[in-house]
Each structure stands twice: as C-alpha cells, then as structure tokens.
Design a protein around this ligand. Structure first.
Ligand code: ADP
Ligand code: ASP
Ligand code: MG
Length: 440
C-alpha cells in the first residue's frame, strides 16, 4: 500500500498546523510521498503566502522596492521554523529570490516560491528527501502539461526514493523557466505524483471533512458526501465547488486511483471518496449542487433555422474566430442560445455579433448578461423519477424565475440558469427540497 498525501495552504499555515500534518504523515507509514502547498491563511482576513509573493512580483515589475514585502514573506516561514524548533534557515533562498526580482522579475517563478520553500521546510522537518518539482513536472511549448515526459521522469525519480516531499503548484516550462498551474494547482501536482508513483490512494488534506453537498458559504452546515464519482465531481468542480482543482482528476482517473478528501483538523473523519464508479447508493437523489455567476446569453433567432444545414457551425465559428469558448447551447425551432462567460465575452461582444451576422445571417441577436448557472448533479437522478419536477417546484415556490434549462446528455446533471441576484437563494431552495425534506 502506497499513499500520496497533499496538504492545502490552511493545513500548513503555521507551526501548529505543520505539526498536525507531520502527525498525520507519521501515523501511517504508507503515506510516503508528500505534496505541500504554500502557507495559506492563518485566520480569516489573513493573506496567503502565494498572494504575498504575487504582490512582491507586481511591485518589482513596477520598479518598486520589495525589501519590506520580502521580509514579511520570510517572517511567515521563520514563524513556522521557530515554532517547530528547527535549526534551519532560508536566508540563502531569500537572497536568491531578491536577486531574481531585481534582475528579471518573473511572475510564475515568484508565485512558485511559496510551495518551493514550504517543501524545503517540511522535508527538513520530516527528514525526508526534497524533490524540486521543476525537475519532474514539465510543460510543452503551448503551456499545457507534458504528461508523457512528466510521468516518465517523475516515475524514474521516485523509484529510487522510498519517501519524498515534492512541492505543489509548479513545474518547468519548455523554455526552462518555472511555470505554475492555475491557482489551487497543488491538487494537480498531488495527482501527478500519485499517477507516476502508482499510488493506491491519493489523499487530499484540506480544512473541511470532505466534499459537501453545497458550498458551506451559501448553505448552512451542508451534508457531507461519502462517495462521489469522478464524473459527478468534474461537473461540480467545473461549476465552482472549489475543493479540488478541476484538472486534478485526470491523472489519477486513468489509473483508477481513488482520491480521499480529508480534514487536517479532524483526521478521524473519513472524508469523501472520489472514485471511478461505485455501487454505494447515494443518500439523496442529488449528490451535490454548485454554481457560478457571471454568464451572458446570446439569443439568436432565424426563421426556419432548424432546417438550415450548418447554422450552428457558423455561429460557433464566429465564437472560435474570437477565441471564445461556449458553455451551453440550448436551442429551439427558430432559436439558438449560446451561453458564454461574461468576462471572456465582454470586450469581444460586438466582434462576435458582427461575425455571427456575417457568417450565419440570423434575423436577430439579443444579448443578456447577469446569468448564474447552477448544476444539480447526481448519479441517482437517472433512476429517480420526478427529479426535474421537484427541482422546478422548489424554484417556483421560492419565487425564482428560471431563465434557462439544460439537461446534460449524461443524465448526470441538470443545469439551470437564474438571475445573478437569485443565485444563493436558488441553491438554498434546491438543497432544502432535496436534502432537508427528502426521504428518498
Ligand atoms: P486547500 O487550501 O486545502 O487546497 P481550498 O480552499 O482550495 O483548500 O478548498 C477547501 C474549501 O473549499 C473549503 O474551505 C470550502 O470553503 C470550499 N468549498 C466550496 N464548495 C465546497 C463544497 N461543496 N464542499 C466543501 N467545501 C467547499
Ligand atoms: N498556493 C497556490 C495557490 O494559492 C496553489 C495551491 O494552493 O494549490 O493558488
Ligand atoms: Mg485548493
């Protein structure tokens, strides 16, 4: 049995948390590869070390002096080192960081130092070898992960190391410079380490006892999810349930390695198991609810649209020409709606509209903003009757106007569009109907 354990920022925010992490690792000898994040928030309102580093980079890029900011970052680590009673210093590392910032500030290099330094501290504390992620994780020239080279190099390296600490969040770009994943990307590193080391379990330790049925900031004390499939999770994390980075699923999924989300502050809790497939019956028809605000719709009308071969392609061509991805395209007989991200669309709006007019010659295009999308996800929906009816009554009872409905072809999810202002209320109404008053 071999486990990869990834710890999130709040699990490593100070010495006290670091001790909990060490206890978790040392209490199970199968926890052999450790992937740390940078120190996160110690209390509400605190700043994550990654954000402090990004701020230092922004200051350097503007030619401002960063000495004070770097001292504040160093103080975060010194607090940890001192609190752990270690004889260890990051002085040399900080000299190097200051030099790079002065000579040629690089955003990704700076952002990655949070994990890099934390990895060094944790490795020294555990007395386990440190492996720089830049030596085992690679990106290609388009900036995407080079999966083949990463798996091969990392597997070869770890084969020789029975235990190791590999910092999360970054790797090496095609140009030899440090490149990070998007925010929250240490989850992806953990998954890559699990894949390359052929681990049996990828444990992802955070500050909640697993995946909850809804965002705890919206629903009070939501129920926990014991088992969730990769596909269900993908739907939920894509729609904003941000416990796990959405790309963290792919590396382990191929290998059938389950992910276990656990709580560093409550290690006795079993947490959530994310698995390929399961015969575990979900407790409720729904596995979870998640959503995001900030979408726009383009309602495109053209008489006899359905009979016109290639109409949809032409519309989507206009989006592609402007490098915009679309989320959903519900359609009617004479209408087609395209749902896009407001922030991606805003600046290119008129270029897209004229492109559609030129390519598809519609009768009219109407744009509306302020749409929130809510994904209601559950493998149990396939076999339960009346789910949609119940969902719509829940929203009607709460006086919420539904602006769009899209049932995923997998029967795994139903996507509903509501006004941004109704977002939280809609999630609570759905949750209460399916969980608090559900006997199914
Ligand atoms: P880490 O720093 O350990 O990577 P994250 O902050 O990335 O942790 O993810 C954990 C947080 O995700 C929780 O503290 C919680 O606020 C938030 N969250 C959002 N949606 C959910 C959900 N459905 N279930 C559990 N937590 C959720
Ligand atoms: N430290 C990085 C961030 O704050 C990566 C991570 O925590 O996973 O986004
Ligand atoms: Mg995270």
């Amino acid at each position: 049995m071999k486990k990869v354990v990834k710890f999130g920022g709040s699990s490593l925010a100070n010495a006290e948390q670091m001790k909990k992490v060490a206890d978790i690792i040392l209490s199970d000898e199968t926890r052999v590869y450790v992937v740390p994040s940078a120190p996160g928030k110690r209390f509400p309102g605190d700043t994550k070390v990654t954000d402090m580093l990004l701020e230092a980079y922004a200051m350097a890029a503007e030619g401002k002096d960063t000495a004070e900011q770097l001292a504040a970052i160093k103080a975060r680590y010194d607090e940890i080192i001192l609190g752990l009673g270690m004889d260890f210093s990051l002085d040399e590392d900080f000299k190097e960081i200051a030099a790079v910032l002065k000579e040629e500030p690089q955003r990704d290099y700076m952002a990655s130092r949070g994990e890099y330094l934390n990895g060094k501290v944790l490795a020294a504390y555990l007395n386990v070898p440190f492996v720089d992620a830049a030596e085992v994780i690679f990106f290609n020239s388009e900036g995407a992960l080079n999966t083949y080279k990463t798996e091969k190099t990392m597997a070869q390296r770890l084969e020789k190391l029975p235990r190791a600490v590999i910092p999360g969040f970054y790797g090496c770009g095609k140009d030899g410079k440090i490149k990070t994943f998007s925010r929250g990307g240490s989850d992806v590193t953990g998954s890559l380490v699990a894949q390359a080391s052929r681990a049996d379990i990828y444990e992802n330790w955070t500050d909640v006892s697993g995946f909850l049925m809804a965002d705890p900031r919206i629903v009070d004390n939501p129920a926990g999810i014991k088992y969730i499939t990769y596909r269900e999770l993908r739907e939920l994390s894509y729609m904003g349930a941000s416990v796990l980075h959405e790309d963290a699923i792919f590396p382990v999924r191929h290998r059938g390695i389950p992910i276990n989300i656990r709580n560093t502050n409550r290690p006795q809790d079993e947490g959530t198991w994310i698995v390929e497939s399961t015969c575990q019956k979900p407790e409720y028809v729904l596995t979870g609810i998640a959503g995001k605000k900030g979408f726009c719709t383009m309602l495109i009308t053209k008489a006899m649209m359905n009979a016109e071969v290639g109409f949809g392609r032409k519309v989507l061509q206009a989006l592609e020409d402007n490098h915009i991805s679309f989320e959903h395209t519900p359609s009617g007989i004479d209408t087609m709606t395209v749902v896009v991200h407001e922030d991606e669309f805003m600046d290119k709006e008129q270029a897209v509209v004229s492109g559609i007019h030129r390519l598809a010659e519609p009768d009219a295009i109407e744009i509306e903003s302020g749409l929130a999308l809510i994904a209601v996800v559950g493998r149990g929906m396939r076999s339960a009757s009346g789910t949609a009816g119940k969902l719509f009554s829940a929203l009607a009872d709460a006086n919420i106007n539904i602006r769009m409905i899209d049932q995923g072809s997998s029967e795994l999810n139903i996507i509903i569009g509501v006004e941004d202002k109704d977002f939280e209320c809609a999630i609570r109404a759905i949750y209460n109907t399916f969980v608090n008053s559900d006997t199914a």
